[in-house]
Design a protein around this ligand. Structure first.
Ligand code: AMP
Length: 280
C-alpha cells in the first residue's frame, strides 16, 4: 500500500490511476481505525477501483477544551488494517502540509450546521467543512465515502460539495455497531468496561424512541422520555436528543411526509458519544 505524505504525491498517484481510466474512491478519517472505517473501505471498493484513505487529525475541528492532543494515533496498526482491507493508499499529510503559513480561508456552511452538534461545538463544522473541501480538491476522487454515524457531518458534506461544484459523488455508509448495538467510534477507547455497558444503552433508547414516534407517539413527549432514559441509563449529561428532517436537519414536532432522523449526543466519562437512527 502506498503511503502518501504530500499533496503532490496524492495528486500524482490519483492522476496516474485516472489516466488508466480507473475510478477512484476516497475515505477521509482521523485514524484510530475500527470496523466502521474498514466498512467504508469495503463499501468504496464495491463502487471504485482504487481506494485512498486519509488519516489526518484535523486541529481546526477541535475546540481548545476538546481532545485534539489525547486523540489516539495508532498509525502502524491503522496501516495494517488498511492493507488487510485492500486500500490502495493512505494519505497522511502533516498539519503544515494542510495549513501552510498564511492559510486564511474557511468554508462555512449555513443551515444544516446550526443545530445538534453545531450548537454545542460552534467551531466544529467550519473545521470539518474546510478540511473536507481541501481533501476533496487535493485528491479529486470520483466518489467519497462518509459514515452515517456522523449524520450531520454527512449532510454538511453533501451541501458543500453541491454548493461549491466540487464534482465528487458523496456516498453515505450505514453505521457499524458492536454486538450490543453500540456504534463503533474511536472515542469508545475512552470508556472502561462499566461505561461501555452504559454506552450500549444509547442505541436501544434511540431505536425504541424512533419506534414510538413511528407508531404515532407525540414527538416532544417521546424526546422528553428518551432524555430521562439516557440519564437513568447512567450517562452524565444529555447534550441533545432531537427529531429532525433527515436531510435539512430542521427539528420536527409533527410527523409529516418527509423522512425523519432521531439524533443524540450524550456525555459519559471522558467521552461525548453520538448516535442516530432513522424514523421509518
Ligand atoms: P472519524 O475517523 O471518526 O473522523 O471517522 C471517519 C469516517 O468514518 C466518518 O465518515 C465517520 O462517519 C465514519 N465512521 C466512524 N464510525 C463509524 C461507524 N461506526 N460506522 C460507519 N462509519 C463510521
Amino acid at each position: 500500500m502506498n503511503i502518501l505524505k504530500t499533496k503532490k504525491d496524492l495528486r500524482d498517484t490519483v492522476r496516474g490511476w485516472q489516466s488508466q481510466n480507473l475510478r477512484i474512491g476516497f475515505v477521509p478519517t482521523m485514524g484510530a481505525l475500527h470496523a466502521g472505517h474498514v466498512e467504508l473501505v469495503r463499501h468504496a471498493l464495491t463502487q471504485t477501483d482504487r481506494v485512498i484513505v486519509s488519516i489526518f487529525v484535523n486541529p481546526t475541528q477541535f475546540a481548545p477544551n476538546e481532545d485534539f492532543s489525547a486523540y489516539p494515533r495508532p498509525f502502524d496498526a491503522d496501516v495494517e488494517k488498511l492493507t488487510a482491507a485492500n486500500a490502495s493508499a493512505v494519505y497522511t499529510p502533516s498539519v503544515a502540509e494542510m495549513y501552510p503559513q498564511g492559510f486564511a480561508t474557511t468554508v462555512s456552511v449555513k443551515g444544516v450546521t446550526e443545530g445538534l452538534c453545531g450548537a454545542s461545538r460552534p467551531t466544529h463544522f467550519d473545521g470539518v467543512a474546510t478540511v473536507v473541501s481541501k481533501l476533496l480538491l487535493q485528491a479529486r476522487p470520483d466518489a467519497a465515502f462518509f459514515g452515517e454515524k456522523d449524520w450531520q457531518q454527512l449532510q454538511v458534506v453533501k451541501r458543500l460539495v453541491a454548493d461549491l461544484d466540487i464534482g465528487v459523488d458523496i456516498v453515505g455508509v450505514p453505521i457499524v455497531r458492536d454486538v450490543n448495538g453500540l456504534a463503533l467510534s474511536s472515542r469508545n477507547a475512552y470508556l472502561n468496561a462499566e461505561q461501555l455497558q452504559i454506552a450500549s444503552r444509547l442505541n436501544k433508547i434511540l431505536f425504541a424512541s424512533a419506534e414510538k414516534i413511528k407508531n404515532g407517539a407525540d414527538i416532544a413527549v417521546a424526546l422528553a422520555l428518551g432524555k430521562d432514559e439516557i440519564i437513568s441509563a447512567g450517562f452524565d449529561r444529555v447534550d441533545y436528543l432531537e427529531c429532525c428532517e433527515a436531510e435539512t436537519l430542521v427539528p420536527c414536532a409533527i410527523k409529516g411526509a418527509k423522512p425523519l432522523r432521531l439524533l443524540a449526543a450524550a456525555f459519559l466519562g471522558k467521552a461525548r458519544l453520538i448516535d442516530n437512527v432513522a424514523v421509518v
